[in-house]
Design a protein around this ligand. Sequence first.
Ligand code: GAR
Length: 221
Amino acid sequence: MSRPKLKIAILISGRGSNLQALIDQFGPQVANSPIEIVLVLSNRPDAFGLTRAERAGIPTVTVDHKAFADRAGFDGAMDAAIRKTGAELVVLAGFLRLLTDGFIAGWHDKLVNIHPALLPSFKGLHTHARALEAGVRFHGCTVHFVRPDMDTGPIIAQAVVPVRPDDTENSLGLRVLAAEHRLFPQALRLIAEGKVRVENERAIIDDAAFAGGILYNPLGA
Ligand code: GAR
């Protein structure tokens, strides 16, 4: 018997290109998807990602952070909206608000983020400009379980993107984004297949194809 689909809620704040990559791999139109996207939640009513989800026939909700006096109230409202759907995993796909420790604790090892840098380097914002400024030869992106300190937690997968001498913030950012669109679905598929576990704060992949962990250098990067 095949395993039931993993129900995921995806949180966004903006254009939702990573969300689109997940819809393309796991959306309602995909036969034999190991994942069901049960909710797309945005903290901004004008996020284009909401339109992408609606077009795909995926339920959406906006929880506007501006409507709440504090972060605990905002996170509590998001948590309630997510739990109502029966989601088993929360996926941060360009969700640009910091979450409270309480929210994070409630989704321990069930909360995944994508970050546009090779963590633990370049936590926070403006990662591509900072990578260029630092003169690193390799940059990339990371999928990780979320812990309370910003951009920390067990690393599930990373993709490496070489920095070219003539790169600008924009050109480098576009290549990293293309890598994100490949890496994120791959990491979530492994989770849905029950092949990712956390031991001593390290993510272990139980799949012979990724015995050394997922680290890849996307073709053409
Ligand atoms: C992505 O590059 C994602 O890695 C980043 O925001 C972008 C969202 O783009 N996330 C963070 O910086 C989180 N700290 P998208 O809306 O097109 O997916």
